[in-house]
Design a protein around this ligand. Structure first.
Ligand SMILES: Cc1ncc(COP(=O)(O)O)c(C=O)c1O
Length: 445
């Protein structure tokens, strides 16, 4: 048995011993929950079973066994505003007592549209319940307007359960489904083109086919570790998409961490469409897509586009009064321009702490920061595209580090090694992580 295996087993034994109520709740759920959990990804639990939530507030969560944690997972960005921020809770309570969903708009929605326009640029917004749906509907609009069939995504991207996005290139350059992809509606080679992030030449080759309706991308990859854009790359993407008559969607669901207007504003990007979700309503389900004035005019003025009933763009609960009230309160009072300053400072401190521990232990790892989000990867130099980053994954190492931290009161996201700061995260929270991360590495080396 390797040293890593031994350490992981020790940590898992401690985890099992100290979390009997979570273990019992997990066992009790098995008969009637698929995979034993409300959503199957919740089985991604480094300790061997998921921790069950008792309550959460600010940057803290408490589990059923009464252990309190500093939470850097923050609902994988869904809780970037912190848990149950008071302004959002008050707005939700007021709204919930006075009609949660009806067939009527509320004034909150127009406020949120205007604020998203101020932050991200596109002037015309529409709402969904998830970021996945924002991407799906934006893709439909792009296909309709361009009359082209394909979507181009980056290798190892993630944009929610968007059918077109679960594709990779095989060794010959052919488009194939990602391993484990369930029930693709059609062969992905019919719907998808792939280019590596940061590879301008490959992007140009793929766009030259003239069949790509839209490039759907994150301005920095965040779902296979953080892969930052190299200088000039995003400008080249914009130039090439324009040259080839292809639209550009920036999915800001995670890159919103870059600042109050996401990477779009931080880096002066000019996408045709911005999509977002997760955090903007403080954890209440909402997603949104924003269209440039030109696209908005074209789609609303097109008599062949049914935006009202069965055109495939819309949802009964989308834009509901509760989501809109929560989004307004969160954007107005919680994820403010000022709040981002503090969040980004904390993330810089976190990143420095991780880098020092990596250096002190001589490990060939690297760490990348994207505003309020930071992530280390088991590779050095930093991966420059999704494929390089995917090759650096090490599940056992992640499980050891995550369980070590959890046993001592710190959570990072179960997907790879991401840590996110919310407005309530403190320097002391960050320093506690730095101390524990350093200890975990010393034991390893
Ligand atoms: C960049 C990006 N877009 C979209 C989504 C989908 O979000 P949701 O699962 O809330 O629909 C995710 C989820 O992780 C994401 O990372």
């Amino acid at each position: 048995m390797t040293r890593l295996q031994t350490l992981l087993e020790q940590e898992r034994a401690t985890f099992a011993e100290t979390h009997p109520r979570s273990a019992a709740a997990y066992a009790a759920a098995k008969p009637h929950l698929l995979g034993g959990v409300p959503m199957t990804w919740m089985n991604l639990a480094a300790g061997g079973f998921p921790l069950y939530l008792a309550h959460a507030q600010g940057a803290r969560v408490t589990d059923l066994d009464g252990h309190e944690y500093i939470d850097f997972a923050l609902g994988d960005t869904g809780a970037m505003a912190g848990h149950s921020p008071p302004a959002t809770v008050q707005a939700i309570s007021r709204r919930a007592a006075a009609g949660i969903t009806t067939m009527m708009p509320t004034e909150d929605a127009a406020w949120v549209g205007e604020e998203l326009a101020r932050r991200f640029g596109p002037p015309q917004w529409s709402f969904t319940l998830t970021a996945t749906d924002a991407n799906r509907w934006a893709i439909r609009i792009a296909r309709h307007l361009t009359q082209r069939p394909k979507v181009l995504v980056n290798a190892w991207c993630y944009h929610g359960s968007v059918d077109e996005a679960f594709a990779l290139r095989d060794g010959t350059g052919a488009v194939v489904a990602r391993p484990g992809n369930i029930g693709a509606p059609v062969d992905l080679a019919e719907t998808t083109r792939i280019a590596e992030f940061n590879d301008v030449e490959q992007l140009e080759q793929e766009l030259a086919h003239g069949d790509v309706a839209v490039v759907l991308m994150e301005p920095a990859l965040t779902n296979i570790g953080i892969v930052l854009p190299e200088p000039g790359y995003l400008e080249a993407v914009r130039r090439l998409t324009r040259e080839h008559g292809t639209l550009l969607i920036d999915d800001e669901t995670h890159t919103f961490s870059a600042g109050p207007g996401g990477a779009t504003r931080a880096w002066n990007l000019e996408p045709d469409i911005v999509t977002i979700g997760k955090s903007i309503a403080g954890g209440i389900p909402v997603g949104a897509f924003g269209l440039s004035a030109e696209l908005a005019e074209r789609i609303t003025g097109d008599p062949d586009a049914d935006l009202y009933d069965t055109g495939g763009v819309g949802g009964t609960l989308a834009g509901n009064a509760l989501s809109m009230a929560a989004a307004r309160a969160t954007l107005e009072h919680v994820l403010t321009d000022d709040a981002f300053e503090g969040m980004i400072e904390r993330a810089t401190r976190f990143t420095q702490g991780v880098q020092q521990a990596i250096d002190a232990n001589g490990l060939p790892w690297s760490v990348s920061q994207l505003g309020a989000r930071t992530e280390y990867r088991f590779a050095k130099p930093k991966p420059r595209n999704g494929t390089e980053s995917a090759a650096a994954a090490d599940r056992q190492m992640e499980d050891y580090l995550h369980t070590y931290l959890a046993n001592r009161g710190v959570l990072i996201t179960p997907f790879h090694n991401m840590a996110l700061m919310c407005p309530a995260t403190t320097d002391e929270d960050v320093d506690r992580h730095t101390e524990l991360f350093g200890d975990a590495l010393r034991r390893l080396t």
